[in-house]
Design a protein around this ligand. Structure first.
Ligand SMILES: [Zn+2]
Length: 69
């Protein structure tokens, strides 16, 4: 179920799925979702690591089994 990172110009495999809840202003970053959600964004490791929530938003990171540190 490999899917590419959805950042423009990036061709790495996605390992994380970012879900944005606009009503609650919460960004949830977790392991790659098994289903494709049109409101979610699939990200590779560097892009998931570099992601930071917009101002005023809360970022929730779920632990991944391969995540170091
Ligand atoms: Zn990427």
């Amino acid at each position: 179920m490999n899917r590419p990172c959805q950042k423009p110009g990036c061709s790495r495999d996605a390992t994380a799925t970012l879900t944005l809840d606009y009503a609650a202003k919460v960004a949830v970053l977790g392991p790659l979702s098994p289903v494709t959600d049109p409101t979610a964004l699939d990200l590779c490791v560097p892009h998931a690591t570099a992601f930071s929530a917009p101002q005023g938003w809360k970022l929730v990171r779920y632990r991944e089994r391969n995540e170091g540190g």
